[in-house]
Design a protein around this ligand. Structure first.
Ligand code: BG6
Length: 477
């Protein structure tokens, strides 16, 4: 039987610790990790088998908002049997000879290379894999999983795409934005296109505006050297938030295939209008004192901007997008705010003008809810907003909502690229973000635990609207 080896470059990275290792544990516990699969972790630090096992054990017991259920020793042991470790520097050709030797030892195999490393190592990795023929598909498939961001602007993204295509074909490249693997995002497609009753409302006739929020109440932690180079807009705006918008506004794909779904996402991304005058950047107070951050850094930890989708369906419907760290609350959601009919009944009563809002809550309290007005029970006519809700029947300790990395790894194993970005898609994202990033001046400093600088409020208020305070009143666990 052919084996499958997943070579994970950067097994000690933040990404591996926060998402990947816990996802592998979950897969092991659920029994979905293929029997023939081995995971070969790599990092620079030399570790023997026992040290590596204790590292994995420690990672699985770290506090992790994404992975709060308990670790059972039985499954940990099962997982660790699949793991191997090979220390080495990724710019050192000797490491690849060793890697080749180790892999060849396991006979015929499919291979997945997962890159959780600094981008300046990419060209060493590709070139050296080629030198020892590890990019050849003569034994089985060879696939490459590469994390966002792809490049740091359009030019560097194009250069990286060109570099990738020098060593691999597009069908081998899995550009990963973990938001595409989120159950809550994928469900937007089902909600919109597998039900008949909502989609007719998703257009300029009914929608007043759209808001997308991705706020976090924590800071950058140990990630200063990565984050300070990029800032919020490039860390989550160029990718996660644009994808959220694409899922919420794309046209129905002709079929559920990689080509059709990706094409519709790209169409939205290519039709976004950047408005450099309508972006506000912020930085949380104290950011410059964070580890590995330039003490005079102007890097954004917050942004809010307004944009439009240049197509007939959403003509003149403004989209307001904001994200940031050390804000009031951790919450990610898309809100579609509907127009009020002119002759709405009881509009003169208290709350009578409250709009209907469709909320795709990506987390926490995951679900899809519709904010509606209801009558307060009793003799008087009083109105009150309520939520009609679909919630995941999940609690923190269940696995009903799989980690996106779990889903995306399975898709890579199965060769399904529907929820990965191709070169054109990534470039469309940068073509939109570049003019906004170029408008970045000194960020407004904001107080920790707020909703960002007041200028972000003004951005939307000058249009006679306001940011919605994300509600915790629905889908409570
Ligand atoms: C990552 C960003 O891609 O996404 C982080 O680098 C951010 O800065 C994270 O915190 C958010 O993802 P999630 O799944 O926690 O919403």
């Amino acid at each position: 039987m052919k084996n499958l080896t997943l070579v994970f470059f950067g097994i000690t990275s933040n990404l591996a610790q926060k998402y990947f290792i816990p996802a592998l544990y979950d897969m092991c516990e659920k029994g979905v990790l293929p029997d023939n699969m081995t995971i070969l972790g790599n990092a620079r630090t030399p570790m023997d088998k026992a040290e590596f096992a204790s590292y994995i054990h420690k990672v699985l017991h770290l506090p992790n908002v994404h992975h709060q259920h308990s670790i059972q020793e039985e499954f940990f042991k099962k997982l660790i049997r699949k793991f191997h470790y090979l220390a080495g520097h990724l710019d050192d050709p000797v490491f690849y000879t060793l890697l080749k030797h180790t892999l060849d030892h396991s006979g015929l195999q499919d291979r997945i290379f997962y890159l959780a490393t600094y981008p300046d190592l990419y060209h060493h990795i590709f070139e050296n894999l080629k030198k020892v023929s590890l990019n050849k598909q003569d034994q089985g498939f060879v696939r490459l999983m590469i994390e966002k961001p792809i490049g740091h602007d359009l030019k560097s993204a194009k250069a990286l795409n060109t570099l990738l295509l020098k060593y691999f074909t597009e069908d081998q490249i899995y550009r990963l934005d973990h938001y595409l693997g989120k159950e809550t995002l994928q469900n937007i497609l089902t909600f919109r296109f597998s039900n008949g009753i909502f989609e007719p409302l998703i257009n300029k006739e009914y929608i007043d505006h759209i808001q997308i929020t991705a706020s976090e109440d924590f800071g950058i932690g140990q990630r200063g050297s990565y984050y300070d180079q990029l800032g919020a807009l490039k860390d989550v705006g160029q990718n996660h938030q644009l994808q959220m918008l694409a899922f919420a506004t794309m046209n129905a794909p002709a079929e559920f295939s990689n080509e059709a779904v990706t094409r519709q996402r790209i169409k939205i991304l290519q039709s976004l209008t950047p408005v450099p005058k309508k972006i506000v950047f912020g930085q949380y107070a104290g950011y410059r004192k964070e580890e590995n951050v330039d003490p005079v850094s102007n890097t954004d930890t917050f942004y809010a901007f307004k944009t439009f989708i240049k197509n007939d369906r959403f003509k003149d419907v403004p989209v307001y997008i904001r994200a940031g760290k050390k804000l009031a609350q951790t919450v990610t959601e898309i809100s579609i705010i509907f127009k009020n009919p002119i002759n709405r009944l009881l509009k003169n009563l208290d709350l009578g003008e409250e709009p209907n809002v469709l909320i795709y809550r990506v987390g926490p309290n995951e679900g899809i809810v519709l904010k509606i007005l209801t009558k307060v029970p009793g003799h008087e006519i009083k109105l009150e907003p309520e939520y009609m809700q679909f919630c995941y029947k999940a609690d923190l300790h269940s696995h009903i909502i799989p980690d996106p990395h779990e889903r995306l790894l399975m898709d890579t194993i199965h060769g399904d690229q529907t929820f990965f970005n191709d070169a054109e898609e990534v470039e469309a994202q940068w073509a939109f973000i570049d003019p906004l990033a170029n408008a970045r001046g000194k960020p407004h400093i904001y107080k920790v635990g707020t909703w960002g600088p007041k200028e972000a409020g003004r951005l939307i208020e000058e249009d006679g609207r306001s940011w919605l305070e994300p509600s915790m009143d629905f889908c409570r666990i």
